[in-house]
Design a binder for this molecule. Structure first.
Ligand code: GCB
Length: 580
């Protein structure tokens, strides 16, 4: 049952609703008394019936001018009616709440959560009752040094219930996780596991793909998990050219579930990336979860259609969803459109890498990211980090994450966007973190943060890893509609020149297997104040926030459609057969 729509809201910068005057936590908040005694006048100040509304799902920053820069707690409340059925369990599902959140149903505390970009569920079975109910949430987007991400980022800290909220009713024993994928070892075998929360050892699980007339089953072990497999002899593999999805039905006792899943394999061999056993070059672009035209957090099917539609128009087969897990609508759209995905957690720049609490936070976000998006065929890469400083603590921290990701999901590749160092005109990729990765990502800004666009012509590369390489960022800023010479910063011509010079340089790196230039669309960033040009936006977009395509968009599009970027061995059909 969706709980999206209007929620009453109270902005509470000092968090007076949760903390007493001596800063003790009020266990159940001040609203415990709400509706308990109809004539009770306490609390008189936090009165939701008089409070203005905020839309959910949405960030608060773009809904009210006074909240554009707000970083702190906001209270949300809404009423709902419900008729719980017997022998069920009920959960509040929160698509995302940035960054910390607390939830109560009918005054009973049900959960707290940390991390702004992953979904989670809070059990409400004992708090909910037949008839009228109310849910209260507090969401706080204040930044802290020991958080993930930390104080510094280059994107807007959109706060609030930024993704959909709903109630989910399930049987007492229910399917809470499953992983269904194509075997790497045996062709045409689909395998995986199903976890049944509350299930008993020995209970049966069924899996079926009606279109293939194929079915299999498994039996729950003591940990509630059943291994499942089925033979699918006429299986059509999911590819960017033909992103075939199958309806998969899973049932266990009283519970059953349907999902749309594609089947493909992804692996590396030497310096190659193989999709379904075939070498592939990843023609990509990086994307922030900034909503086109309307701005704010991207969280609708329409946002996903527009953003990924532009990526397809560019000629992409790949997108880097930076710098945190994106809304599920993006992953579903990527599955449908045949766009391979790099998915990332916000281990961004300089976290407190020597703090075990910070590691636990990053691990939790990684678990939630993999746990909720592991059945998307589109995702091929789990990225552990972006541009982190080369220290021993950092390498240990991210290596621990990489090992965890491999254990949680051995079917995908592990990557990270590394920094590059230089000796004269030679750029060197030798960050020790590379050892922990299957695919090396690196960011460089030749022509923007250093040198002119033609600086790329004389740059040499030394790569210390015999692994596939993706240039996960390059680019430069341009204001849409601003024209001038190739050497005039902020013009569309300057940005386009960066791209042209980059292609020639990148084609000289034999082990390059993909690229995701920075970035598809201009996005809000508080670090970008330049008046009249940036006005609060990072302008490295190929498209403006209002949908105007800049010159560089067409330069990249031409290169992708003509297959003139990438190494010959990763373009199986060869450059000559490129289609327009
Ligand atoms: C980077 C970061 C990205 C920034 C970008 C820029 O290296 O990874 O988050 O937005 O540079 O525009 O400077």
């Amino acid at each position: 049952m969706p709980l999206d729509g209007d929620w009453a809201s109270i902005v509470d910068p000092y968090f007076n609703g949760l903390f007493s005057f001596h800063h003790e936590v009020k266990a159940n908040g001040w609203f415990l008394n709400r509706k308990a005694k109809p004539d009770d006048t306490f609390p008189t100040e936090y009165d939701f019936s008089k409070a203005p509304v905020l839309k959910v799902p949405a960030d608060w920053n773009t809904q009210r001018e006074s909240l554009l820069y707000y970083e702190g707690p906001v209270w949300y409340q809404r009423d709902f009616t419900y008729q719980p059925r017997e022998h069920t369990r009920i959960f509040l599902h929160i698509g995302a709440a940035n960054y910390r959140s607390w939830f109560w149903v009918n005054g009973q505390k049900i959960c707290e959560h940390e991390g702004g970009y992953t979904s989670f569920n809070c059990e409400v079975t004992s708090a909910i009752h037949a008839g009228n109910n109310f849910v209260v949430a507090a969401v706080d987007n204040a930044r802290h040094e020991e958080d993930v991400p930390t104080l510094q980022t280059d994107w807007w800290n959109y706060g609030g219930l930024t993704r959909s909220v709903s109630l989910i009713e399930v049987p007492e024993a229910f399917i809470d996780q499953y992983d269904v994928h194509l075997s790497r070892k045996e062709s045409n075998v689909i395998e995986g596991w199903v976890h049944v929360e509350g299930g008993k050892a020995g209970d049966k699980v069924l899996i079926e793909i009606p279109e293939l007339r194929s079915a299999g089953s498994g039996v729950l072990e003591a940990d509630g998990r059943a291994q499942v497999s089925l033979v699918a002899s006429k299986l059509e593999r999911w590819t960017p050219q033909s992103p075939k999805l199958y309806t998969v039905k899973i049932s266990a006792g009283a519970d059953s579930i349907e999902d749309l899943i594609g089947f493909r394999t992804i692996e590396t061999r030497g310096t190659k990336i193989l999709l379904n056993g075939q070498p592939i070059f990843l023609r990509g672009v990086a994307i922030h979860a900034e909503a086109p035209y309307r701005l704010g957090r991207a969280n609708t099917d329409k946002d996903a259609e527009i953003l990924l539609g532009w990526a397809k128009e560019l000629g992409c087969n790949f997108v880097r969803l930076a710098h945190y897990p994106h809304d599920e609508t993006m992953l579903r759209a990527a599955d449908r459109k045949g766009l391979l995905v790099w998915s990332e957690i916000p281990v961004y720049w300089a976290l407190q890498f020597d703090n075990s609490k910070v590691l636990a936070k990053a691990q939790q976000q990684l678990d939630e990211e993999i746990g909720t998006s592991r059945n998307h065929a589109a995702i091929i890469l789990w990225s552990m980090a972006n541009e982190t400083p080369n220290t021993e603590a950092r390498t240990r921290f991210i290596t621990t994450l990489a090992e965890r990701a491999r254990t949680l999901d051995p079917t995908r590749l592990i990557t990270a966007a590394l920094l590059v160092r230089a000796e004269g005109q030679t750029k060197i990729i030798d960050d020790p973190l590379g050892t922990a990765l299957d695919v090396i990502g690196f960011n460089e800004y030749i022509g923007w943060y250093e040198q002119q666009p033609n600086g790329a012509d004389t740059t040499q590369w030394r790569i210390e890893y015999q692994k596939p390489l993706i240039v996960s960022e390059f680019g430069g800023g341009a204001k849409a509609g601003l024209h001038g010479g190739n050497n005039e910063r902020w013009t569309e011509e300057y940005q386009a020149a960066i791209y042209s010079h980059q292609f020639e340089m990148l084609n000289r790196i034999p082990q390059l297997r993909g690229m995701s230039p920075w970035v598809l669309m201009d996005f809000r960033s508080p670090n970008r104040p330049l008046e009249g040009i940036q006005d609060g936006f990072n302008r490295k977009g190929l498209i403006s926030d209002q949908g105007q395509k800049k010159k560089a968009f067409f330069v990249l599009q031409k290169a992708y459609l003509e297959n003139s970027v990438g190494t010959p061995e990763s373009i199986p059909q060869g450059r000559s057969q490129a289609k327009k």
